[in-house]
Design a binder for this molecule. Structure first.
Ligand SMILES: Cc1cc2nc3c(=O)[nH]c(=O)nc-3n(C[C@H](O)[C@H](O)[C@H](O)COP(=O)(O)O)c2cc1C
Length: 194
């Protein structure tokens, strides 16, 4: 598959089967992520693979506690609340316990452009998981510090994302994308591709 084909077929998945996934496939995806460029080549990424059901349970409990507060606070803009409703996304994060593996992605705050670099690596990681026919979700918890604390992450690292990985348990449409013509201008803002 070409990179474009992988990018086209990848989609975020929020419902996972509990079927185990080969750890080697996940390690392969991380190996790919390690090849991403980074500010001053500081490679500020670290990954924690969570497989223990008790750890997953405590991450979910902590994540949901905050997600529930957020969803009930009415501080979510109406357009976003509707977008979430349409997709059945609630404060419940079942994927944190159902997915057989969670990849917790950390960024070393001391490195230049640490978050940008880590997010680039996440992009590589998602495509590599797709290549191995594994579904994933980029979950950005509302309370990353509290979750990092559960995992014993040192203060100099921020928790950027939790990526559940596994086989899908439901069928989901690909979210629409804007066209090349709408995304690209030539030489100057507003000048479209001929
Ligand atoms: C930076 C970032 C943060 C995201 N955070 C969440 C999240 O917290 N929860 C969630 O369900 N999806 C999250 N997503 C997934 C997006 O909703 C999803 O990528 C987007 O709707 C496009 O759908 P696709 O990934 O299926 O193409 C996030 C994606 C990105 C890139």
């Amino acid at each position: 598959m070409t990179v474009y084909e992988l990018a086209r077929s990848r989609k975020s998945n929020r419902c996972f089967s509990t079927e185990p996934v080969p750890i080697d496939d996940v390690l392969y995806a991380i190996m790919v992520a390690l090849e991403a460029p980074s500010g001053a080549n500081r490679q500020p990424w670290r990954f924690i693979l969570v497989r223990d059901p008790r750890v997953k349970e405590s991450l979910r409990r902590e994540a949901e506690r905050w997600e529930k507060k957020l969803h009930e606070s009415k501080s979510i803009p109406e357009w976003f609340a509707e977008w979430l409703r349409e997709r059945g996304i609630t404060w419940r994060k079942e994927f944190l316990t159902r997915a057989p593996i969670l990849i917790v992605v950390l960024a070393d705050k001391r490195a230049p452009y640490s978050r940008e670099s880590v997010w680039l690596a996440i992009g590589y990681l998602l495509l590599a998981l797709e290549e191995r026919k594994l579904s994933s979700l980029t979950y950005t918890p509302t309370n990353p510090k509290a979750i990092a604390r559960i995992l014993g992450v040192p203060d100099q690292y921020t928790l950027e994302a939790i990526i559940p990985v596994g086989k899908p348990d439901c069928i989901k449409e690909k979210e629409p994308r804007i066209s090349l013509e709408d995304a690209v201008y030539i030489d100057k803002w507003g000048v479209r591709l001929a």
